[in-house]
Design a protein around this ligand. Structure first.
Ligand SMILES: [Zn+2]
Length: 417
């Protein structure tokens, strides 16, 4: 019977190969059309081959049509090692990246990866290349044991994560790739010591407020309606009211409350002696999942009406983004237990389950009714200039995934799981 030690030693043995594979994939750009790129086709071709080399006999492509890119398709790779049951434990990673931004700002060219001081530099190295390679080589270590388990082991390497997942995760969910009862791991969120498993998110609402008053000379303010004055009073009243009304505390979240933050504001008039007739500002709202964004919007509209009646200004409200949070994933499930055990074995720590402000694709799975867990070990430099993946994290995350998938799919056949 193979042992956990053997499994971990196998991954140590893959180290150079893993660094090479991550470097190879980073050389091939995979940027979506909204970001000015030509899609993921070439990178997917490389990764499909790599999945086969990692011992998967069943590697399927799910191509979403997209007129805007090369060959009009956005590729999604689904690799499975079938068990006797259809129930699947999935690791879902994404192959697309954001654009590099200002090339001159990169010390290490974004598409020419290299290892310096134990860090592999390159665009997409940490987001999400590290997890793609870690999950593939974890699966390789298990595939090489040729065990036949009950649960199916699945890897999905998807397109279009950076701009909404319409041609990636949402497409695969619509295609019925994931089945009720499957457990989903999304290594696209993490902290440097690997101690946090993300199990819940807040709903995100980006509110745009446009206050229309009446412009006039600042020496005769009574002849106009100062939109900035109305806007400022409305803003502070609104923020206080919302903070109090939606003030529940849930300690699984960091921070443990709903947040209401004014952020962007347009410039009003260009000179000091004019009363501005328009004021436009934005509020970033993150709601605990128990609150309905629609209900909060109703409250905001009521208060806006009050200010309109009082001041004579016109207040227009619109949402720039409204993403509802799915229900938090269970913390006493087999899926969470297996992940906790795997992290403890490899990293020597007991991870904590946490909710965050929002924005990972784990939420898409929660909205679709799945238990989804976001975890990896990162230096938190996704979307930064000189993005890198720490080689140490690449290897130790692969070990965590190997133990995780090993215990879920082949728990009875590996000594020590
Ligand atoms: Zn990502």
């Amino acid at each position: 019977m193979p042992s956990v030690e053997q499994l971990l030693a196998a991954i140590d043995g893959y180290k150079e190969e893993m660094i090479g594979a991550l470097g190879e994939l980073l050389r091939i750009p995979a940027i979506g059309p909204e970001n000015g790129g030509d899609g993921e086709f070439e990178r997917a071709r490389y990764l499909k081959e790599l999945a086969e080399r990692c011992g998967f006999e069943e590697v399927e492509m799910f191509d979403a049509l997209d007129e805007r890119v090369h060959l009009r398709l956005r590729p999604n790779i689904v690799a499975r090692r079938r068990g006797s049951s259809e129930q699947t434990a999935w690791i879902v990673t994404h192959m697309d990246t954001v654009p590099p931004g200002d090339l001159d700002a990169w010390t290490y060219p974004p598409f020419s990866p290299r290892v310096v001081d134990g860090k592999l530099y390159g665009l997409g190295s940490e987001d999400n290349g590290q997890a793609i390679i870690a999950s593939l080589y974890a699966a390789k270590a298990l595939n090489e044991l040729s065990l036949s388990g009950e649960k199916t082991m699945g890897l999905a390497i998807v397109a279009d994560e950076e701009r909404g997942s319409e041609k990636g995760i949402k497409f695969l969910i619509r295609e019925g790739v994931f089945r009720s009862g499957d457990t989903i791991y999304v290594p696209d969120y993490g902290v440097p010591d690997g101690s946090v498993v993300e199990v819940a998110e807040k709903s995100i609402m980006w509110l745009k407020v446009t206050v229309e008053g009446k412009q006039t000379h600042a020496s005769t303010p009574e002849k106009g309606i100062n939109a900035m004055k109305v806007g400022s009073k409305f803003m502070t009243f609104l923020l206080d009211h919302l903070t109090e009304k939606y003030g529940k505390v849930d300690n699984i979240f960091i921070p443990p409350i709903s947040t209401f933050e004014p952020t962007k504001r347009h410039q009003t008039v260009g000179n000091i002696n004019t009363v501005p007739g328009e004021d436009v500002f934005y509020i970033d709202i993150r709601l605990l999942p128990e609150y309905e964004p629609e209900e909060v919007m109703k409250t905001i509209k009521k208060i806006a009406k009050l200010f309109e009646d009082r001041t004579g200004a016109n207040i227009e409200l619109s949402t720039e983004q409204m993403t509802k949070a799915g229900p938090p994933s269970g913390v006493e499930t087999d899926g969470m237990t297996a992940l906790t055990k795997a992290i403890k074995t490899v990293c020597g720590i007991d991870p904590v389950a946490r909710g965050i402000g929002g924005g990972t694709c784990a939420n898409l799975f929660r909205l679709a009714g799945f238990e989804a867990y976001a975890w990896q070990t990162v230096e938190e430099n996704a979307h930064s200039v000189n993005e890198f993946s720490k080689v140490e994290n690449l290897i130790s995350d692969a070990k965590v995934f190997a133990i995780l998938m090993g215990s879920l799919c082949y728990g009875n056949d590996i000594d020590g799981l």
